[in-house]
Design a protein around this ligand. Structure first.
Ligand code: TNX
Length: 542
């Protein structure tokens, strides 16, 4: 077999020399590839591997997860190459010309790291867990020409620069949030967003499933939440909700992309859609405040309409609705919701919101958070909440999401909680790039692509101990976001930058170098049909 290959190569060489127009292998240098997020270490050796119609993917042994991830890679490669790459089992390295996926034991790689070794003969991708294999596959994708992302057969030499990559993430939480409450997005749209962000090795998809404008997840014990509370959205559109089966489908899809779904039910404020569905939950509403952050809890609110159903709401004010604390039935409601959501969520986290509860009295707010904490725990989940929950009796069982205040994060760290960094003026995907951006808000800042990249979760809040920082999340609130093009326009090209902040070590990050790398992703965005914002600060490649 090897001999035949050698003979064929000699023959090809003779024909080539004879024709003097032979197709030379392009020179390749692995260290010059524009990988995002930047890997921990890359060593080039100046040659390349050719993907051909003889290439197959060999997985070591009979591991189901490896098989699935191998099939995922085959599904990336086959449409544009027109090859029929298959997934096969092997014991030991396969023959020359193939891709080899194998599990290893290397403590320096952790749960998500990988080693990629590319020679002229073989691509070997190894990791402790299949998650690492998945992230290594994302790197491999970026080493192929952008045309690999197209869905029709392309004529292209499919060369991959040779050398080795050793790579592992800095943070365990590398996420984005999609607000499906202000505007509803279909199962297919959520899956598409999952696909796009997983290209950059993000591993958390936080879904903001309820807010004043809409309740988006079926709760069987309180059916009106979805059927009434899901009837509209910002601007008065038709809204919608996921049945529990549809939600399970999203969760399973995310899992296949190594992303954990973190469901958020926003309590005790941001709750009008539930109050419109069940009047007995209504603790009274105040006149909607226009604008965003109006300071902490108000204590002397005028609360209207207690105990009566509210009207559905299609505006964008915040901080005006609250659950009713003095009725035990309210806690039955919360417990039922948490039980059902926990039961359909295999991931460890349950997000209870807790933000901008300006219509809830401070003492009530703290009482709510303390009870939520016990309930979430009783349902076997780790409670996550926006930074205001630091006012409650929280501890190391709880995860706090920073978005605006440095004080709340410091208090949370003192109480032993881990912190997710989502500073609005740096990480909010719904902020406009500049005053000309066609959609987005700007109450926190205008966030151009450089500003989104130039910050460090470890030092953003002065004095926060590094060990308390769980990672980074870029939330996409959807007051002004109505369709997939809008999602893509605000998320890209900022998402690759947030992904790099979460993955790569701060010492390797430099805007002037990064912007050139990012610019080289334009043909890839185009091949993937991503409607990205063409920032003038980035030298976009043709
Ligand atoms: C603040 S940040 C909110 C959201 C809004 C967002 C808009 C936070 C926890 N709450 O309710 O949608 O600003 O940028």
């Amino acid at each position: 077999m090897k001999q035949r290959f050698a003979k064929a190569s000699v023959l090809a060489l003779i024909i080539c020399i004879g024709m003097s127009a032979c197709h030379k292998k392009p020179t390749t240098d692995l260290s010059k590839e524009n990988i995002i997020p930047k890997p921990t270490s890359v060593t080039a050796d100046g040659s390349s591997f050719s993907l051909t119609d003889d290439t197959n993917i060999y997985i070591e042994g009979d591991n189901k997860e490896l098989k699935d991830v191998g099939q995922y890679l085959a599904d990336v490669l086959n449409p544009s190459t027109g090859f029929n790459v298959e997934v096969k089992s092997t014991t030991g390295a396969p023959a020359s010309g193939n891709i080899y996926l194998t599990l290893a034991t290397d403590t320096s790689l952790g749960e998500e790291g990988y080693d990629l070794k590319i020679t002229e003969d073989l691509i070997t991708l190894s990791a402790n867990k299949s998650a690492g294999i998945f992230y290594g596959i994302q790197t491999l994708r970026q080493l192929l020409p952008p045309a690999i992302e197209l869905t029709t057969v392309q004529k292209s030499p499919w060369e991959i620069a040779s050398g080795t990559i050793h790579d592992a993430p800095t943070y365990a939480w590398r996420g984005t949030m999609l607000d499906v409450a202000r505007h509803f997005f279909s199962v297919e749209e959520v899956k598409h967003y999952i696909d796009l962000v997983s290209l950059y090795k993000m591993n958390i998809m936080h879904l903001h499933l309820s807010d004043d404008q809409g309740w988006r997840i079926e709760i069987k014990s309180w059916p009106n939440l979805a059927t009434k509370g899901g009837l509209t959205e910002v601007g008065g559109g038709k809204g919608g909700y996921y049945t529990q089966e549809q939600y399970a489908d999203i969760v399973a899809y995310a899992k296949s992309r190594y992303m954990t779904i973190v469901p958020e039910i926003d309590l005790p404020g941001h709750i009008n859609s539930a109050l419109a569905s069940y009047g007995e939950l209504n603790g009274g509403t105040v006149v909607p405040l226009e604008g965003r952050y109006k300071g902490d809890m108000q204590t002397n609110n005028i609360l209207d309409g207690k105990n009566k159903p509210t009207e559905l709401y299609t505006g964008i004010a915040v901080g005006w609705s609250t659950l009713r604390i003095e009725k035990e039935a309210t806690f039955k409601f919360v417990d039922d919701v948490m039980r059902e959501v926990s039961a359909i969520t295999p991931g460890p986290y349950l997000h209870i919101g807790g933000d901008e509860a300006a219509a809830t009295k401070k003492a009530d707010y703290i009482a709510f958070i303390n009870r939520f904490k016990d309930m979430v725990k009783a349902h076997g989940k780790i409670m996550v909440g926006w930074e205001e929950i630091a006012q409650g009796d929280i501890n190391s069982d709880v995860v706090v999401q920073n978005w605006h205040s440095t004080e709340h994060s410091k208090v949370a760290a003192e109480k032993g909680s881990k912190i997710i960094m989502s500073p609005a003026k740096k990480a909010y995907l719904d902020m406009q790039y500049d005053s000309l951006s066609r959609i987005g808000l700007h109450w926190a800042a205008y966030i151009e692509v450089d500003s989104a990249y130039i910050w460090d979760p470890a030092t953003q809040v002065e004095g926060l101990p590094q060990e308390n920082i769980l990672g980074i999340e870029a939330p996409l609130w959807s007051e002004t976001v109505t369709n997939m093009d809008d999602i893509e326009y605000l998320a890209f090209p900022r998402i690759p930058g947030y992904a790099e902040i979460g993955w790569s070590v701060p010492a390797s990050r430099n805007w002037d170098e990064y912007k050139v790398r990012l610019g080289h992703h334009a043909p890839r965005f185009k091949a993937l049909n991503i409607d990205y914002y063409k920032s003038k600060l980035v030298p976009w490649a043709e």
